[in-house]
Ligand binder design. Structure first.
Ligand code: TYC
Length: 105
């Protein structure tokens, strides 16, 4: 029996293979520079919450330090929100003014 034939009663089920499936939006997580947060603390944040190795973390930290901000990762809305909360909580617990935000890509 063929699988692709319409049912005998003439009812045709459409699978709409060409209909677009919307991709969920992605969000950039940004780290902002300030004058007080120690460089080593920022490097530690990038290793701990963004899975960077020491060299990558130091490079991104330097970019933020020199340019004012940098994208440190791109995630779904929920993951991005979690990263921002983790960074902000950890910075506050350690009494540093570090700012982390997210924006739609
Ligand atoms: N500008 C800071 C300093 O000189 C270091 C720093 C880097 C702070 C990156 C925040 O997101 C930041 N100690």
């Amino acid at each position: 029996m063929s699988v692709d034939q319409p049912p005998e009663d003439g009812v045709e089920l459409k699978t709409r293979p060409t209909e677009k499936t919307e991709k969920p939006p992605l969000y950039k997580v940004l780290l902002l520079n300030d004058d007080y947060t120690p460089m080593e603390f920022v490097v530690h944040i990038l290793e701990r919450f963004f899975g960077m190795n020491a060299d990558a973390a130091r490079g991104i930290m330097q970019t933020v330090h020199m340019k004012g901000l940098a994208v440190v990762g791109v995630y779904s809305h929920e993951i991005a929100e979690t990263k921002v909360t983790q960074v902000m909580d950890y910075a506050r617990r350690n009494q540093h003014p570090l700012q982390c935000t997210m924006e739609k890509e």
